[in-house]
Design a protein around this ligand. Structure first.
Ligand code: IPE
Ligand code: IPE
Ligand code: MG
Length: 256
């Protein structure tokens, strides 16, 4: 039986309730719950993934209308290869075709596409479309959309460590200059700022290997709403909650 959605019980928070001068500059979303959304409606999981793409388009439209610098999304994890081949193939096909279809519109909106994760191990068609999107939009100065695809944060960190070791051994990097700030440049996110707000839809209370380094001081926000149903209203509520919090970064409250 479908769970009652959290959104049904909440009073409406609207754009007017937000302080537009204090929006999170980087929002990261773990887009989870496609499969359960479909199953609870008697559809195959792949229909949930199709609806998930529509939800992404909706959220992208809204985020790009706000003054937000970066939107990171988790589209496919390094662990998602464990799923049945048919589901993986459909997911790859959906990701590839939607990037292809949306690319002109994305480019016209001045959006810059970036990817975190290992593109090289993706099927040819996906790899080709992603590389094309990255290349075409690389000089765009609007919203940065950072897609996690074949992404796993542990692998990202290990790869970063290996690159540091290689550079040190080749005499190209002085180990003494390695610190939390310089190590950032060895991660897939390189020059991107850390997420201010990490949202996970679909009811699970975990990060599932997503931006572990980068989210050290992010505000976390969870909702039971499945990703295919996540809309502008839910995002406004997440941002509203974010704006009620005090980020201390290990310091003390300004009131104490
Ligand atoms: C998120 O939805 C999409 C991907 C992980 C690719 P899921 O497919 O994980 O949906 P649930 O969590 O099984 O409902
Ligand atoms: C995380 O969701 C990955 C994406 C949303 C792409 P999963 O559905 O793979 O995570 P677990 O297995 O529930 O932790
Ligand atoms: Mg899931």
């Amino acid at each position: 039986m479908a769970r009652p959605l959290q959104k049904d019980n909440e009073a409406k928070t609207t754009l007017k309730d937000l302080d537009l001068n204090r929006l999170p500059k980087h929002i990261a979303i773990i887009m989870d719950g496609n499969g359960r959304w479909a199953r609870e409606r008697g559809f195959p999981r792949t229909i949930g993934h199709k609806k998930g793409i529509d939800a992404f388009k909706r959220i992208l439209e809204f985020v790009s209308s706000l003054n937000i610098e970066v939107l990171s999304v988790y589209a496919f994890s390094t662990e998602n290869w464990k799923r049945p081949k048919k589901e993986v193939d459909t997911l790859m096909e959906l990701l590839s075709s939607s990037i292809k279809k949306q690319l002109d519109k994305i480019n016209r909106k001045n959006i810059q596409i970036r990817v975190m994760g290992c593109i090289e191990d993706l099927p040819c068609e996906v790899k080709k479309n992603l590389k094309k999107a990255i290349e075409l939009t690389k000089n765009n100065k609007g919203l940065i959309v950072n897609i996690g695809i074949n992404y796993g944060s542990r692998r990202e960190i290990v790869e970063g460590v290996k690159t540091v070791c290689r550079r040190v051994m080749q005499g190209q990097f002085d180990l003494e200059t390695l610190n939390e700030n310089s190590f950032k440049n060895f991660l897939d996110t390189k020059d991107l700022r850390d997420p201010d707000l990490v949202i996970r839809t679909g009811g699970e209370l975990r990060l599932s290997n997503f931006m572990l380094w980068q989210s050290a001081y992010s505000e976390l926000w969870f909702t039971d709403v499945y990703w295919p149903e996540f809309d502008k209203q839910d995002l406004i509520r997440a941002i509203y909650d974010y704006q009620q919090r005090e980020r201390r970064f290990g310091g003390i409250s300004i009131e104490s």
